[in-house]
Design a binder for this molecule. Sequence first.
Ligand SMILES: Cc1cc2nc3c(=O)[nH]c(=O)nc-3n(C[C@H](O)[C@H](O)[C@H](O)COP(=O)(O)OP(=O)(O)OC[C@H]3O[C@@H](n4cnc5c(N)ncnc54)[C@H](O)[C@@H]3O)c2cc1C
Length: 576
Amino acid sequence: MSHRILITGASVAGNTAAWWLGRAGLDVTVVERTPGFRDGGQNIDVRGVGREVLRRMGLEQAALEQGTGEEGTAWVEEDGSVAAQFLTADTDADGPTAEMEILRGDLARLLYEPAGEHATYRFGDSIAGVEQDDDGATVTFASGTTERFDVVIVAEGVGSTSREMVFPGENAPRWMNLTIAYFTIPRQADDDRLWRWYNAPGGRSVSLRPDRHGTARAMLSVQQPPGGEQDWDGDRQKAWLRTRFADAGWQTDRVLDALETTDDFYLDVLRQVRMPRWSGGRVVLTGDAAWCATPIAGYGTTLAVTGAYVLAQELIRSTDMRAAFKAYEQAMRPMVEDAQSVPRLAPRLANPHSRLGIGLLHGALRVASRPVVRSVAGKLFGGRSRDVDLSRYDTPTSGGSLIAPRSPAAAGLSPLLALGAVAVVLGASAIVGRRNAPDPSHPGIRRWYRRLDKPGYTPPDAVFGAAWPMLETGLAVGGYRLLRQPSGTARNAAVGLWLLNTAMVGGWTQLFFREKRLGASAVASGAMVASSAAYLATAAKVDRPAAAAAIPFVAWLGFATLLAERIWRDNPGERR
Ligand SMILES: Cc1cc2nc3c(=O)[nH]c(=O)nc-3n(C[C@H](O)[C@H](O)[C@H](O)COP(=O)(O)OP(=O)(O)OC[C@H]3O[C@@H](n4cnc5c(N)ncnc54)[C@H](O)[C@@H]3O)c2cc1C
């Protein structure tokens, strides 16, 4: 067991590690760069396995009690009317708003106060240099002092300077093409308990969230490639936001006015931290400093709490520091990779640039918020299959490896078998589709379809004719690539979702053209948006080209859902 431990960064990850290591009797010093404890920050959430860690610390209930009281998420139109909403009361699973929504500063303080009983905190200092030898690490601080430690834990967040000092050039950041500014604004009488999200053309969004401090939390997002905005000073950042959002509508003027007076303005150009290793000698990274997944993943705080706990447990249990670092990395990598697998397209889909795109987004969300598909959406936002298994820390240390050896992966299908399987599945779907098509061989269906009142943006038949073969080719490529992958939980789930989506395509033509059930087919179309998005997200964990081949399919289904819903609304005489 290592005795003297230095932790840099007194936020979520640093305080969690200090809490566990201090209580285990180790000599823990926490050094934080800012002159005092940092209370700032906006709404964050803790999900799944992160909640289990808080439960093990006896802090889960307190965190729930200090929650922001957010009751759900609503996408609003320019006049404030609700386009789609997800209420926490309507579902058991965590949706865009999780059950445990808390301000970053409140959670960090909740961890910091009890951690302070067993660790020494030093504010206003940081690492200036580290020299390592066989017996320890000599750390020189910016304050000028020099001390020896057995282990140095770097928990300094996404822009960690100590990481760059010890692992120069190793981080290969993945820029997410999204810039977000967060700040607190005065609450007004008609602010409610919902996270209100307004999309304006040009890839901009404005959102307002409730808190329990009598204020409201504002967020301005711009979907664009990075332009170095994170390095500008605050005045330049604010001036840029004022120009970008000048004509955005809804409550934007109120939010921009508050830029003048807010005292916790924070702007970040989102990027993931991608490190090939998390430790070197006696220095180990954790939290955002090791693997920032960005707020788009909705999992950063869960990862920080969980990673710090796993690292602390491995250090407490092992007599060999390097073995502890190895076990920590082996346990956390799958969970981190899962959270980081969010496609770079996601910010673009959530922040459309055109009015048509915003209409499509709202249409897809409206359908996805319906009870029949809500549980699927909840699962997309909820706990993940690659969460670390904490049960390994339930038992006292045995002295042996705590990581169960992985069973060898079963091989994927041979090229011939994979091709055969794809041909059979897509062939069956195509046969059902052709059987119901509104073409000259089915004059009854064709006449009925032509009679329907359709919106002006309905593509001509020739476009449908060209689009489907292209989409089916994408599905074929994806299915083939996935079937060739070794069998495993994620791969099998992706293949299952591929089969489901293929079957649903055939099923939809049956519902719409043959049974003429317009309402049911609009709901089915929305369900397909959710199931195809789930397919894309799952495939991305296994094979990125397979996921990329599914993107046109998901986009087309979003459009088709809007169209199906409009046809259902505009043809009341045909409703069943
Ligand atoms: C002030 C603040 C506001 C935030 N607001 C939001 C938000 O609104 N929404 C959101 O999703 N996420 C926000 N985050 C990020 C969020 O806290 C993290 O994504 C997540 O909780 C992981 O936490 P972490 O402890 O790894 O890193 P962080 O929470 O980023 O904490 C890093 C800590 O290290 C300190 N530090 C940095 N460099 C050094 C150094 N060289 N030496 C010593 N200390 C150092 C920082 O001051 C900070 O206290 C915020 C973070 C901070 C610090």
